[in-house]
Design a protein around this ligand. Sequence first.
Ligand code: GLU
Length: 432
Amino acid sequence: MIRVRFAPSPTGFLHIGGVRTALFNYLYARNQQGNFLLRIEDTDRERSRPEFEKEILASLKWLGLDWDEAVIRQSQRLGRYQELAQDLMARGLAYEETIENKKAVKFKISPQKTIFQDLVHGEVAFDAALFEDLVILKSDGFPTYHWACAVDDHEMGITHVIRGDDHLSNTPRQILLFEAMGWKAPKYAHLPLILGDDGTPLSKRHGAVSLTNFRDCGFVPEGILNYLAFLGWGTEGHQEIYSLNELIQKFSIKRINKANAKFNFEKLEWLNAQHIKKLAEDDYVLRISKFYEKESKKFPPAKWRQFVLLYRSRIKAFQDLKAQAGYFWGEEISYESQLRGDYLQNKPLKRHLEAWAEKAGELSGPDFENTALLEKFTREAASGWGIEAKDLIHPLRFAVTGKTVSPGLFELMGVLGRDVCLNRVKAFLTKE
Ligand code: GLU
């Protein structure tokens, strides 16, 4: 029975690299019908915070990476780490040392050459003669990371430790602890690092790196997970868009790469857009409405629905809707002045816009909102004035939305409704 764990320290928000680690563990467990466990490594008393733990748990739930069994918290297992440290001392494998008037427990490193097989890197050799004795219990009775990690990996029955390459150098020390305790060490798989554009490990310096940042921008879990699965792992073939279930089916440790992976924000956005397009229509509307909780409430549900559907194929993350279509719920439009000036100085065009608004005002609300009818009306008006339809459509789009690109103008006007559109065209023509 395969048992893996994700073991975050609650000392900050869940980092995108942490999500990748959680995902690989999750995929492996589900692929092997094993267990995926969650352990909170909260032994750093100064830096651990309950709010970070809460955020980590909420993030995993939001991603749909559900764990098995109860969450283990290291701070609740102090007695166990102390008991087992006593055991090592009793056997002469650890000793007490007074550091600044307080007693800590140190593990004696036996200077030997040892080898382990990493499932990604292959054989890793280390010379423990280069290691110093290891503090396992601090003077406040708290265990150090290595000790708590080894004890828990053993007691939780972990069969495979899948974690980032930044932990590769920790593994030999943990293996020595396993050996001293007479326990069988788990298998290890160290994942390649995730690098930013400049080739250094991805960090805050590269911009948004916490999962919350991505969530707040309106990325969907499907897009994030699909993207992260391919940071350091790959399948055969050219398929790029995968559901979580498909990833579970395909996942294997054998195909984890050794080479570090570059974080590519554009690729993430592209994949996210694909997953937004793939959502069931109702699901999409529900999610984007939740994202725009305040704004969506200003409109009758059917209108809001029509509107967000118009933009579905144009957005990469939900926040793009505001950037592209904030005019929908904004009161006043701020026009880019150069283009507005050009349009307004064009006397015939100005006259045509005025005439269009006047004639369109005679349409009933439902007629105006009938896309085909409004289009026919507008095209006929243009041809009646001897101009091309586009020379009326582009300025109208700009007047109504403040944008030079948008989904189909007539669909859009239908959603905005007659009064809003006419008021905007009039304001465009008159207001300073
Ligand atoms: N708590 C460690 C971290 O957040 C995890 C180490 C491990 O997976 O062994 O980096």
